[in-house]
Design a protein around this ligand. Structure first.
Ligand SMILES: [Zn+2]
Ligand SMILES: [Zn+2]
Ligand SMILES: [Zn+2]
Ligand SMILES: [Zn+2]
Ligand SMILES: [Zn+2]
Ligand SMILES: [Zn+2]
Length: 215
C-alpha cells in the first residue's frame, strides 16, 4: 500500500545519504551569520524604526520568500506571525519577539509629533503618495506596503490595534485622524505634506465642498 520510496535518512550505512544534512547545517550557519550582519547594521541606523518598517513590509508581503528582494523578509514574516499573538514578557521563541512587541506597542500609543521611530511626518507623506499612486511598478521605496496600509487603515474596524492584522494600523489611523482634524498651519506632521501637495489638497477640498453642496 505504501508506495513512497524509502527515506534516505533511514539508510544510515550509506554515507552519501548524510550529505543533505550537512548542506542544511551550513545553510543555517550562513543564515545566522547574515542575520547577525543585518542586526549589526540595523543598530547603527535607527534600529526600532527599521524593525517597524520591516514588520510593515513582512505583514503585507505576498511574494514567496525566495522572490522577495527585501533581505530577511522570511525571517520578519515569521517574527510578525509569532509576535502578534505572543504575550510572554521573557519570550525566547524568537530572538526579536520582545523587541518587536515593544516597538509595536510604542507605535500604537505614540503621540509624539517628532518621534524618530514612528516618523509621523514621513509616514503621512508616504500615505499621501500611496493613496494617489497608480503605478504598477513604483520607484518610491515602500510604496506598495503603504498602499496596502492605507487601504487597510481606511477599512479597519479595530480600535486598539492589538488584534488587528496590521502592525502599523493603530498608529496610522490615529495619524490620519489627526491630519483630518489638524488646523495648525505650522504642524510638524501636516505642514510638509500640505506644502508638497498643496494644489492637490485644494482640489480635493473643492471636490469635497461640491460633494457636500450636492448632497
Ligand atoms: Zn517580502
Ligand atoms: Zn514571543
Ligand atoms: Zn513613536
Ligand atoms: Zn508609488
Ligand atoms: Zn487594522
Ligand atoms: Zn497636524
Amino acid at each position: 500500500m505504501d508506495s513512497h520510496p524509502p527515506s534516505p535518512l533511514e539508510e544510515t550505512d550509506d554515507v552519501g545519504a548524510l550529505a543533505p544534512i550537512f548542506r542544511r547545517q551550513t545553510a543555517l550557519e550562513r543564515a545566522k551569520a547574515r542575520d547577525e550582519k543585518v542586526r549589526e547594521c540595523q543598530t547603527r541606523v535607527n534600529s526600532d524604526r527599521a524593525l517597524l518598517q520591516m514588520l510593515n513590509h513582512a505583514s503585507t508581503c505576498t511574494k514567496s520568500s525566495r522572490l522577495c528582494p527585501i533581505r530577511g523578509c522570511a525571517d520578519f514574516r515569521m517574527l510578525w506571525q509569532h509576535a502578534r499573538s505572543c504575550r510572554d514578557p521573557e519570550c525566547e521563541v524568537h530572538p526579536r519577539c520582545v523587541e518587536a512587541r515593544r516597538v509595536l506597542e510604542h507605535h500604537a500609543k505614540c503621540r509624539k509629533r517628532t518621534c524618530p521611530t514612528c516618523a509621523p511626518a514621513e509616514t503621512l507623506s508616504m500615505l499621501y503618495h500611496a493613496s494617489l499612486c497608480k503605478k504598477k511598478v513604483c520607484e518610491v521605496a515602500h510604496c506598495v506596503e503603504f498602499r496596502m496600509l492605507w487601504q487597510h487603515a481606511r477599512a479597519c474596524p479595530g480600535s486598539d490595534g492589538r488584534c488587528c492584522a496590521h502592525p502599523m494600523c493603530a498608529g496610522v489611523r490615529r495619524l490620519l485622524g489627526h491630519h483630518r482634524r489638524c488646523g495648525d498651519p505650522n504642524c510638524v506632521i501636516c505642514k510638509p505634506v500640505v506644502t508638497k501637495c498643496k494644489r492637490l489638497f485644494e482640489a480635493r477640498r473643492r471636490l469635497r465642498r461640491t460633494d457636500e453642496l450636492a448632497s
